[in-house]
Design a protein around this ligand. Structure first.
Ligand SMILES: N[C@@H](CCC(=O)N[C@@H](CS)C(=O)NCC(=O)O)C(=O)O
Length: 311
């Protein structure tokens, strides 16, 4: 299926709305009950939105309950593709070549962009959701009867309103902010977006001076939503998206916090910097026409971060 170009309004990048938005629920009231072995995640390890769902699946120990397949990080005009190559998998369920086949199986008239992540239902043979916010929440909350790790609460009741508010700011100015800067086609649009990125990073740097994670002693979903951008920042967004006022290594608190999250339980195993770098530098020909992938930077993500002192 041909991919439409990114929508461009007055030099600004606009992200498409999600097409499929049903919910898996613990009690099955939505028609999609949370069950072991029923659902499958299709992801790219390069994509920050998919990465969030990969992290929650790993941290909640849902690997046995929900299967997962990783697509090729290089996306061409035909879209996300299954196959071979380092860390790339064939589709074990349906034998598809392209992820677009999941979209057409769900809606034969589907003509919009084909995005990751996708949560596929093996019983009804359709996409439940391609909305990463909602897939993340479903994995956090609805699968607790089948999850191996119940001790982690990423959406604690006491902080829900504040989590929602900070998620929105971080999405707009950081997660999607780097894309708005990188895909801008007018100088003023780029500058405004890039300045927004650093205004929020500066505020987060101050917030993290006296607390280990954004909401205190334990990470919540906002921390993981921020993490997926921070882990890509120095390797990709500084150069490829021109977000180069500062690097994350230049922020003492954010750099320690990034390493702290990277070293949290199994999170490091969800990070594939090879897929990340090759995806951005090889897929966006309009930004990087030579398709050269830079050799650096060297990032010592496993080094001591010292943030245990914050409790
Ligand atoms: N709103 C989607 C965003 C997902 C998204 O934009 N994914 C990108 C990869 S980072 C994608 O698949 N892009 C393919 C395309 O736009 O053609 C979500 O909530 O999951």
């Amino acid at each position: 299926m041909a991919q439409l170009p990114d929508e461009d309004v007055g030099g600004s990048f606009v992200r498409q709305d999600d097409a499929f938005d049903a919910w898996v629920t613990a009690d099955g009231s939505s028609g999609f009950p949370a069950e072991t072995g029923r659902y499958h995640l299709y992801v790219s390890l390069a994509c920050p939105w998919a990465h969030r769902t990969v992290i929650v699946r790993a941290l909640k120990r849902l690997e046995d309950a929900i299967g997962m397949t990783v697509v090729d990080p290089i996306r061409d005009d035909a879209g996300w593709r299954f196959g071979d190559g380092p860390g790339v998998e064939c589709d074990p369920l349906n034998g598809w070549t392209y992820l677009s086949e999941a979209y057409v199986a769900t809606d034969p008239h589907y003509r919009d962009r084909v995005t990751v992540p996708v949560l596929w239902d093996t019983v009804t043979q359709r996409i439940v959701s391609n909305n990463d916010d909602h897939i993340m929440r479903m994995l956090e909350i609805e699968f607790d009867d089948v999850a191996g790790a119940h001790d982690l609460d990423f959406y604690p009741i006491a902080h829900q309103a504040e989590i929602d508010a900070l998620n929105a700011t971080i999405y707009d100015t950081v997660n999607n902010g780097v894309y708005r800067a990188g895909f801008a086609t007018e100088q003023s649009v780029y500058e405004a977006a890039a300045r927004d990125v650093f205004a929020t990073l500066d505020r987060l740097e101050a917030r993290l001076a006296d607390r280990r994670y954004l909401f205190g002693r334990l990470p919540v979903e906002t921390d993981w939503r921020l993490f997926v951008t921070l882990i890509r920042f120095d390797a990709v967004y500084v150069g490829h998206f021109k977000c180069n006022l500062r690097r994350i290594v230049d922020y003492p608190n954010l750099w320690g916090y990034l390493r702290d999250l990277y070293q949290f339980r199994d999170v490091a195993s969800t990070v594939n910097l090879d897929h990340i770098k090759r995806h951005y530098y090889l897929t966006h020909g309009e930004i990087n026409p030579t398709r050269i992938v830079p050799i650096g930077p060297e990032l010592d993500l496993a080094s001591a971060h010292g943030r245990e002192r914050l409790g």
